[in-house]
Design a protein around this ligand. Structure first.
Ligand code: FAD
Length: 501
């Protein structure tokens, strides 16, 4: 169980952090936290060393390693602490900051082939800057200064923030206060002189267990009766009262097998956890909204403007898919066929279409009252809507080029067996000069990203993460200015009258 008392002060919570510099420092920072983690019906003593969990930690580790290897791409100067910081903790001060963020996200996708879990936290940092500023302007609250103080600590310690937005939501037709069980949406259960207690859960949290801090925040618009659900708070991942229940991923138990081939991508994976909060304490210094329900909708809208463009990361995974498809065609001896080249062009066209909408959204960013820049919301929604579809088509084409053997290939244990191994070495070969193991590995990678563990990050996260497709269509409907466009059409058609008004 966690070692910490329930009602801790903000200072005590920060006192246990030391600045993280390298990827190895990051891995060490997760050890010995005493967090309560459940996987396959068992309590996990040390998640860091668990073979199913470790690939997800490796993916986040890469965000630290890249900052050292390529500081121009993965760090930025912070005016807040007057020092360079990891770009995943940088407060965006210009459209160029957002463009650089997108480039870094694509690079991270290329390097890991999975969800590297740090974008939702980064986008939370961005949205909190302007929302706290706007709430203070209306209500005279001290949230923005609290936020800036939190960010000074966060940047100096180089921590990871997880984004706890999505509640379990129970009956989707009911508001938070209308649910049969109030815990379906995280809410305040008690207020003391020092802070608030919250109960509920946050679902599907990307990298939740790998994060040092979690931001809990509303997932939808709220009304007066939902006041206790309109809470934004920052909680260390090892606070008393938090339980993590690890999400299964397709083919996850392959990580428990011998050898690294059948895993497809043995080094890197994503992570989603159900994070349960049982009367978890948040000191007021770390409370950034408490009852200002009228800002919940705007907070979600701004978060999605940032986060839907962050799905540009999938173009990095798309680059891996194009490469894997081209490579398997080489191994099969089919690379010269015109339809193969055409399919690679189609995959690239889809992938670059996603990239275009994200980069355009960042270039078109506009400043908010707090001074921070926000992505163009229409183009961010178009980016995410492209992402709900195009990775599926890219995957279909990669599977086409891979051939049926991608799903009928025997296990690596058979390839290594003294009796059947030589048979497989003979019949599983493509081009004579390509070792059969190379073909095995590339086929398993395509399987991993389209049907296995990393299909979570490449496909289903692309569909539902940052909101299911309909959520983008609602935003596109709101922003499409159809009346203005009807006016343009009437002008050119020579119609003077607007019969609508
Ligand atoms: C891999 C992955 C990672 C994620 N990471 C994070 C994370 O880090 N942090 C976080 O906060 N969230 C995260 N999410 C959650 C994500 O934002 C949600 O999955 C998304 O908002 C959809 O919510 P849901 O999964 O509850 O789907 P549901 O609400 O169950 O939706 C299912 C379907 O029902 C429709 N629907 C739902 N409600 C209504 C309604 N009232 N009226 C009409 N139709 C409705 C939807 O449009 C959809 O088609 C992640 C999700 C995934 C899959």
């Amino acid at each position: 169980m966690t070692h910490h008392p329930r009602e801790e002060s903000a200072a005590d919570r920060w006192a246990r952090f030391r600045p993280i510099v390298t990827g190895d420092d990051y891995v060490e920072s997760l050890r010995g936290r005493g967090v309560e983690v459940w996987l396959f019906g068992e309590r996990i003593d040390e998640p860091v060393d668990h073979p199913i969990i470790r690939p997800s930690i490796n993916a986040l580790k890469m965000t630290y390693d890249l900052a050292i290897e390529d500081p121009d791409l993965a760090t930025a100067h912070s005016d807040l602490i007057d020092a360079p910081v990891n770009r995943f903790l940088h407060i965006v001060g210009s459209p160029d900051d957002l463009v650089m963020k997108n480039r870094m996200q694509r690079r991270m996708g290329q390097l890991t082939g999975t969800c590297f879990q740090r974008c939702a936290g980064l986008d939370t940092i961005s949205v909190l800057h302007s929302i706290t500023f706007d709430i203070d302007a209306k209500h005279g609250t001290p949230y923005h200064q609290r936020y800036l103080e939190f960010m000074r600590h966060a940047q100096r310690n180089n921590i990871i923030l997880g984004a706890g937005m999505t509640d379990p939501k129970g009956d989707r037709s009911k508001r938070p206060h209308e649910q049969a069980d109030p815990d379906m949406f995280l809410h305040v259960t008690k207020r003391t002189e020092a802070g608030v207690y919250v109960t509920g859960a946050k679902a599907h949290m990307t990298g939740g267990l790998n994060s040092h801090w979690i931001c809990v925040m509303p997932t939808m618009n709220m009304g007066e009766a939902d006041r206790d659900f309109a809470i934004v708070g920052l909680v260390p991942g090892d606070a008393a009262g938090i339980t993590y229940i690890y999400g299964r991923q397709s083919c996850d138990t392959r990580a428990l097998e011998k050898g690294d081939i059948d895993q497809g991508n043995a080094r890197f994976g994503g992570q989603e956890v159900l994070v349960v909060f049982d009367n978890v304490f948040i000191p007021y210094e770390h409370v950034l909204m408490d009852g200002e329900y009228e800002f919940a909708q705007e907070m979600v809208t701004r978060f999605t403007a940032y986060h839907r463009a962050s799905y540009v990361c999938k173009t990095g995974l798309g680059d891996v898919m194009v490469g894997a498809a081209a490579q398997v065609a080489d191994y099969n001896g089919a690379e010269a066929a015109s339809h193969i080249k055409d399919k690679l062009v189609e995959m690239t066209h889809l992938n670059e279409t996603i990239y275009s909408s994200a980069i355009a959204s960042s270039h078109e960013a506009k400043p908010l009252a707090s001074g921070i820049y926000m992505n163009d919301a229409m183009l961010a929604n178009v980016c995410k809507h492209n992402v709900t579809r195009f990775p599926y088509e890219i995957s279909r084409l990669a599977q086409d080029l891979a051939g049926g053997v991608m799903v009928t290939m025997p296990s690596d244990a058979d390839f290594r067996h003294e009796t059947v191994g030589p048979i497989l070495a003979k019949y599983m070969k493509g081009k004579h000069n390509v070792p059969v193991e190379y073909r095995q590995r590339i086929l398993r990678l395509i399987e991993n990203m389209t049907l296995g563990r990393n299909a979570v990050g490449y496909l289903t996260e692309s569909l539902h993460g940052a909101g299911s497709p309909q959520a983008q269509r609602i935003q596109i409907l709101r922003g499409m200015e159809v009346e203005t466009k009807k006016g343009l059409a009437r002008d050119l058609a020579g119609i003077a009258e607007d019969t609508q008004s």
